[in-house]
Design a protein around this ligand. Structure first.
Ligand code: 6R9
Length: 653
């Protein structure tokens, strides 16, 4: 079992609960009997949820699990995902409803109605087809949070192309490995992006990434910052020249329920990121179902805002697919939360009367640090549901969120899920559940999760162990792109006898049987809600000529959840490991992976603690990184190593 940090231990002593108000419950989308209904007949329950969508051909079978762990949901069904997210709302007479209140970082704004969204997506679909992109082709997208990023994703879905969004902060090396892995035909990007009040280049990084990339035929560039960019003749096209003149009519074709919708790369325990594959019908069903019930969303009334970036799964499921399938009016914000001032989010909430706000614990803790007086300056009375995602939320942050943002009344939904699960799995239901600060509580109706011990046996109340998903669900990943074996090995081998999906998270039941998530049990760190593998950062460090060996750990961090701490051994004749060398290594990691992977701290050491079989004992390094008494060293090959590290650090070496 994973060693728990003291902060996580504290989580488990929390006993406050917050029952929903009668007024909220009376109007809530979800009701308590959903649980019993789903338990009575899971497949019938999911079939009912799938009716939320428009199917061109109805399915003949809800679930085919005969080829487990490869699921098929809504077998034989056909639908067009983009039609479901856009056209049908226009056909239903809601063309004038705003789909997206887009807010640019420098202060520019753009409101896009469903009718306009339909035109933009259709034009982009026509444009992509004019380049020869057809069903099944892969399109890589590295863009900031501009409307065209959403148009591009939906246009791919419309023509059956598979998009793969790569976070804008990822380095050229990271983009290249993703483009190569999926053999993307097209890459879509922008000239630059606004970040903290400044225009930063984007296209030049894409150029660097694509040097010699054989699969890429065209690069489409959206003009955002207006900065001049080099154009490669014959390969690069401006979005406005390619798309604007296209017809706004495009007939959506129906695709099989299991047609691939997107690939999204996420960090695994090895250095190579995994291309998580999601398909159409089941994914969209769960995205729409969870968005409707977990956020209590009312189409045409609520204004919803999910602060994630489309480069992450949260942006896919809770900015693009779930909300748009449910005809949401939503805010999409391009920039950072403190540009030009620390009240930016609250200013936007006030201006657009945001009623549902979904963010990450790391940002909540940052707001706490900035001070209560900042949200107090704004009218936040429109907010009625608050969400949290990405990592365990500590009770202190939860209570702060409730008091300072939710006026002590808005229900908070702490939603546990993963890139792999596609959509929310464990969460309270607003209006139904009495919420508990720090606990995601219960699997949603239709979802089944358990906490089990080493042997796969469910633990009792008060017991801890591993979180598993013991029954297939519609939004589940359908594999790792191009690597069936890794898919089986990563998720299905740990509890193969029982056929459980192992999520990689530790968890515990409290005395009421509610689930508390305790963080990863593998070598994946969670920094500000972003998954980064220790191996990935280690490989980046050892790729620097001065580094002989590196070990990376995630140390508890009051703001980001975990902070990356690296221990490096320099090569014999390398520099002395002074400030400058360390800075160079940090920059090197940023260049290799992206700024989010920059270690908070790099400690130059003479030795690393290893077991006799040569495994680095990260547990001990974590003790050092978190300034704790170093734990049990008896399994070390050389037990004096820790003394050497500790004394070396004290003497400032
Ligand atoms: C949606 C998303 C998944 C990992 C997951 C877990 C952590 C996410 C959480 C949470 C505790 C929550 N995680 N939500 N831990 N409580 N509410 O974040 O996907 O980027 O794939 O990360 O994040 O460790 O395994 P992804």
């Amino acid at each position: 079992m994973t060693e728990q940090s003291p902060a996580l231990d504290n989580l488990l002593t929390e006993s406050r609960t917050f029952p929903p108000s009668e007024t909220f419950s009376a109007q809530a989308n979800a009701t308590a009997d959903f649980y019993a209904e789903a338990d009575a007949d899971r497949e019938a329950f999911w079939a009912k949820q799938a009716e939320r969508l428009h199917w061109d051909t109805k399915w003949s079978q809800v679930l085919d699990w005969t080829n487990a762990p490869f699921a098929k949901w809504f077998v034989g069904g056909k639908l067009n995902v983009a039609y479901n997210c856009v056209d049908r709302h226009v056909a239903d007479g809601h063309g004038e409803q705003v789909a997206i209140h887009w807010v640019g970082e420098p202060g520019d704004n753009r409101d896009i109605t469903y009718a306009q969204l339909k035109d933009e997506v259709s034009k982009a679909a026509n444009a992509f087809e004019s380049l020869g992109i057809t069903s099944g082709d892969r399109v890589a997208i590295q863009m900031p949070m501009v409307p065209e990023a959403i148009f591009a994703m939906l246009a791919c879905a419309r023509i059956g192309a598979v998009h793969s969004v790569v976070f804008g902060g990822f380095s050229p090396t990271a983009l290249r490995s993703r483009v190569d892995d999926q053999a993307a035909k097209i890459v879509i990007t922008t000239d630059g992006q606004y970040r903290r009040g400044k225009a930063a280049p984007m296209k030049v990084n894409v150029d660097e990434a694509l040097e010699g990339a054989e699969s890429v035929e065209k690069v489409i560039v959206v003009r955002r910052t207006g900065d001049e960019v080099p154009i490669t003749e014959g390969r690069d096209l401006w979005w406005h020249e390619l798309v604007d003149g296209q017809s706004a009519e495009h007939a959506p074709q129906a695709f099989d329920s299991e047609h691939p919708l997107f690939i999204l790369y996420t960090s695994g325990t090895t250095g190579k990121p995994k291309g998580i594959l999601h398909t159409s019908g089941g994914y969209l069903t769960q995205a729409a179902y969870t968005h409707h019930n977990v956020f209590d969303h009312k189409a045409g009334e609520d204004v919803y805002w999910c602060t994630a970036d489309i480069g992450w799964i949260t942006g896919h499921t809770y900015i693009v697919y779930g909300p748009l399938a449910n005809r949401t009016t939503q805010v999409v914000y391009e920039g950072t939360p403190n540009t030009p001032h620390e009240g930016r989010h609250w200013e936007i909430v006030q201006q657009h009367k945001v009623s549902i706000y979904y963010t990450a614990p790391t940002l909540i803790r940052t707001f706490m640090k900035w001070g209560n007086e900042i949200p107090q300056k704004y009218d936040l009375s429109s907010l009625r549901v608050l969400g949290s995602v990405g990592e365990p939320i500590n009770p202190e942050a939860w209570i702060w969120y409730r008091e300072n943002v939710g006026a002590n009344s808005a229900p908070i939904v702490d939603t546990w899920w993963q890139t792999e699960t596609g959509a929310i799995m464990i969460s309270p239901l607003p209006g139904v559940t009495a919420t508990k600060p720090g606990s995601a509580q219960k699997a949603l109706p239709g979802i089944s999760a358990k906490v089990v011990d080493d042997q796969g046996v469910e633990v009792g109340k008060g017991g801890g162990g591993y979180l598993v998903l013991d029954k297939p669900w519609p939004g589940m990943l359908r594999g790792i792109w191009g690597d069936e074996e890794r898919f089986r090995e990563t998720y299905w081998s740990r509890f193969a006898d029982q056929g459980y999906y192992f999520a990689g998270d530790g968890a515990k039941y409290d005395a009421d049987g509610d689930i508390w998530l305790l963080g990863r049990v593998d070598d994946v760190m969670n920094v500000s809600g972003h998954r980064i593998s220790t191996t990935e950062v280690e490989s980046a460090l050892v790729s620097h000529p001065t580094v002989a060996e590196a070990a990376v750990v995630g140390a508890t961090d009051p703001t980001t959840g975990q902070g990356i701490v690296a221990f490096v051994i320099l090569r014999g004749n390398a520099v002395d490991g002074g400030e400058e060398a360390v800075q160079e290594l940090r920059d090197h990691v940023a260049k290799e992976i992206g700024p989010i992977a920059k270690p908070r701290q790099i400690l130059v050491v003479q030795e690393l603690p290893k077991t006799r079989s040569g495994k680095i004992m990260r547990r001990l390094l974590r003790d050092v990184a978190e300034n704790r008494q170093v734990g049990d060293v008896t399994t070390l090959a050389d037990s004096s190593v820790m003394d050497l590290i500790s004394s070396g650090l004290k003497s400032g070496k």
